[in-house]
Ligand binder design. Structure first.
Ligand code: SF4
Length: 339
């Protein structure tokens, strides 16, 4: 049995989207509520442009988790997906953690149910469980160490060479880590529905059309995409790479909302979105991240819900592998883009 996890939903008397006054300026109202409630808004790079622009801090999962850990605001509004809100609560449990939409899940989290993961561990009792942060609090609580795409390689290097490893839930990132580390790693068969959509055929066509463009890709992409990449890394590392590069044009094989930050920081460079199987870039947008909207941010601050609540046991058990990640990532600097 797992300890209790809840997302407290708005009550029947709370305001809902249909009842929001259409005349109000949501950005202004959110700002007023943010001050009134002493709230900090954290947003992932995969959020819409308008959400990124009103956030106090925009980052990838690792930077956002460290921001949440040191947040001194009373309320954290986490604009990302649900597991990210859970991480904020685990690393800073005295804060109220709100998420705009309780249904903002993740295909990786959904592919790895806690009971099935427990069986996976039982089948491999000698293995060390290295788990990608894209999983539920329950799965974290039965893992040995959590990693993100920005620190996975560094953490693997610190694990004893004679110990076999289980890696869940993303098989593409896992395969990439096997190649980079040469380690004995047994993979969970999960994948990201967004990064798996990119088409090798369309990528080759784009490269022919834009022969000077460099290709940058997230390691959640399949090998068919990664083999063409000039740079592979976390969302933050991709952003840093295109900003530092002398090249002018880039083909971006990750969720396209990151391009908003690229255009803001390097307005003279050209960013081309990698295409999906149907020759369109729409399938590269994360449907879970897109559930969050300005009206839902306004409502969660007003209603104090959806709100993440985790039992004491779950908070403690899930913190251990996260703390292990922070301890093993001491050389990774926290980035800052806005505060
Ligand atoms: S982009 Fe993929 S991994 Fe990230 S939240 Fe969406 S489904 Fe999950």
């Amino acid at each position: 049995m797992f300890a209790v996890k809840t997302v407290v939903l708005p009550g029947p008397d709370d305001l809902n989207e249909d009842k929001i006054d259409p005349m109000i300026d949501l950005s202004v109202e959110i700002d007023l509520l943010r001050r009134k409630r002493n709230a900090m808004i954290l947003a992932h790079y995969y959020q819409s442009e308008e959400i990124q622009d009103l956030a106090d801090f925009v980052g990838d999962s690792f930077d956002l988790s460290r921001r949440a850990m040191v947040a001194d605001a009373e309320v954290i509004v986490f604009c990302g997906v649900r597991f990210m809100g859970e991480v904020a609560k685990i690393v800073n449990p005295s804060k109220t953690v709100l998420i705009p939409d309780a249904d903002a899940s993740c295909s990786l989290e959904e592919s790895c149910r806690p009971e099935a993961f427990r069986l996976f561990r039982k089948k491999h009792p000698d293995h060390f469980a290295v788990t990608y942060i894209n999983c539920s609090a329950e799965v974290k609580s039965i893992s040995d160490v959590i990693v993100t795409s920005s620190n996975a390689e560094m953490i693997l290097k610190q694990l004893p060479m004679n110990r076999p490893i289980l890696f869940a839930p993303d098989r593409h990132l896992g395969n990439y880590l096997i190649k980079k580390s040469g380690r004995d790693i047994t993979l969970w068969p999960g994948s990201c529905i967004v990064h798996e959509q990119f088409s090798e055929r369309e990528l080759v066509k784009l490269r022919i059309r834009h022969e000077r463009a460099l290709i940058v890709a997230h390691p959640e992409c399949s090998e068919g995409i990664l083999k063409y990449a000039d740079h592979i890394g976390s969302t933050k590392s991709i952003l840093d790479y295109v900003l530092a590069s002398k090249a002018h044009e880039f083909i971006i094989a990750t969720e396209p909302h990151i391009i908003h930050q690229m255009r803001k920081m390097a307005p003279n460079k050209v960013f081309i979105i990698a295409l999906g199987m149907n020759g369109s870039c729409d399938c590269a947008k994360c449907p879970f991240m897109e559930k969050n909207t300005l009206s839902k941010i306004y409502l969660c601050l007003l209603n104090n819900a959806p709100r993440i609540e985790l039992s004491e046991d779950l908070l403690q058990d899930a913190l251990k592998p996260l703390q292990c990640m922070f301890d093993m990532s001491v050389n990774t600097n926290v980035s800052s883009n806005k505060s």
